[in-house]
Design a protein around this ligand. Structure first.
Ligand SMILES: C[S@@+](CC[C@H](N)C(=O)[O-])C[C@H]1O[C@@H](n2cnc3c(N)ncnc32)[C@H](O)[C@@H]1O
Length: 280
C-alpha cells in the first residue's frame, strides 16, 4: 500500500498538533486529588479488560512477553499483569507526563515485570523474544503523520522482535463511514458513572488531499471543567492494513469491530481490530 505524501507545511502542523495532544496527558496536576487518580486508574483497567480477555483467549495458559506501543499510563500491560498473563511487558510512550504517570502507578502497585520506556517507538531497540505486539487505541494511524515511512518501519521492527508464531494486534478507528457520509461526523458520548469525565463531544473531518482525519474532542468533567484534544490520524481501510501487514510477511488471522469479537462492517463499524501472526 502506498501512502500519499503530505505537503511539508501540513506534515509540520499535524506533527506538532499530535505531539501537543498528549504532551500533558497523565500530569498529576490534571487530577484534583488522589481519589481522581485512583478513579482514573480503575476506569483504565476496566477499559482494557475486554482486550485482556481476547489476549488470554489467544495465548491460553502461556505467559507472554508483550510490547505496547503508545502505552500511555501502561494500563493495558497492568491489566495483563493482574490477570497473570504477563511474563514481561514493555510499554513505549513518547509523552513524558504520561510515562511518569505509568511509572508512579508501577511503583505504587509493584508491577515489577513491566518496563516503561519514554521515547519514540522507532528509536528504541526491542528484544527479540516477544510473543505479542500491541498497537491499539488508534496509535498506528497517529504515527503515519510523523513520517510516511513510520508505519512500515514500525512493522518491520515488530516483525524482527516477535518469535515465530508471535502475534500483532492493531486496533484503529474505522473512518470509512465518515468518509462515505460526507466526510464529517459530529457526535457526543456519555461516560459511565465511574469515569472522571461525564461527556465527550467529537468532530471528525476527513481531509482528502492528505488522506487524514482531523479529530477534535472536548471532554467535560462532572464538575463541568472542560478540556480539549486535537489530532490528525491517517485514514486506513481494512484492505490497506491487510496489505501492509502481508507485505511484512504477517498472516492476517482475523479481524473484528471490537475486542469482544463482533463482526466488522466497513460501512458502519466504529473500530477495526486486526490480528496477524508471524508465520516464519
Ligand atoms: C491514542 S493514544 C493511546 C493511549 C494509551 N494506549 C493509553 O493507555 O491511554 C496514543 C499514544 O501514543 C503516544 N505516541 C505518539 N507518538 C508516539 C511515538 N512516536 N512513540 C511512542 N509513543 C507515541 C502518545 O503520546 C499517546 O499516548
Amino acid at each position: 500500500m502506498k501512502l500519499k505524501s503530505f505537503p511539508k507545511w501540513e506534515n509540520i502542523v499535524t506533527k506538532q498538533t499530535n505531539f501537543k495532544a498528549y504532551a500533558n496527558k497523565g500530569k498529576l496536576s490534571n487530577f484534583k486529588n488522589t481519589k481522581e487518580i485512583n478513579n482514573y486508574r480503575k476506569q483504565q483497567l476496566l477499559n482494557y479488560s475486554v482486550c485482556a480477555d481476547l489476549i488470554k483467549h489467544i495465548f491460553n495458559t502461556t505467559k507472554i512477553n508483550a510490547i505496547d506501543i503508545g502505552s500511555g499510563g501502561s494500563a493495558l500491560l497492568y491489566t495483563l499483569y493482574n490477570r497473570g498473563i504477563l511474563n514481561s511487558g514493555i510499554g513505549i510512550e513518547q509523552s513524558k507526563t504520561y510515562h511518569k504517570f505509568a511509572e508512579l502507578w508501577k511503583k505504587n502497585l509493584n508491577y515489577n515485570t513491566v518496563t516503561n520506556i519514554c521515547g519514540d517507538a522507532l528509536q528504541i531497540d526491542y528484544p527479540d523474544n516477544m510473543d505479542l505486539f500491541l498497537i491499539i487505541d488508534s496509535t498506528f494511524p497517529l504515527l503515519a503523520h510523523e513520517n510516511k515511512k513510520y508505519p512500515s518501519l514500525l512493522l518491520s521492527k515488530s516483525y524482527k522482535s516477535l518469535t515465530k508464531g508471535g502475534i500483532i494486534i492493531i486496533e484503529i478507528n474505522n473512518f470509512h463511514p465518515v468518509v462515505i457520509n460526507g466526510g464529517i461526523k459530529l457526535f457526543c458520548k456519555e461516560f459511565p458513572n465511574t469515569d472522571n469525565f461525564k461527556y465527550g463531544i467529537y468532530k471528525q473531518t476527513y481531509i482528502k488531499n492528505s488522506n487524514m482525519v482531523h479529530s477534535e474532542s472536548t471532554y467535560i468533567k462532572k464538575d463541568f471543567t472542560v478540556s480539549t484534544k486535537e489530532e490528525y490520524v491517517y485514514y486506513y481501510r481494512l484492505i490497506d492494513l491487510k496489505e501492509l501487514l502481508e507485505s511484512y510477511n504477517f498472516e492476517v488471522l482475523t479481524y473484528f469491530s471490537n475486542f469482544s469479537g463482533s463482526t466488522f462492517h466497513e460501512n458502519s463499524s466504529e473500530k477495526l481490530v486486526i490480528i496477524a501472526k508471524k508465520v516464519f
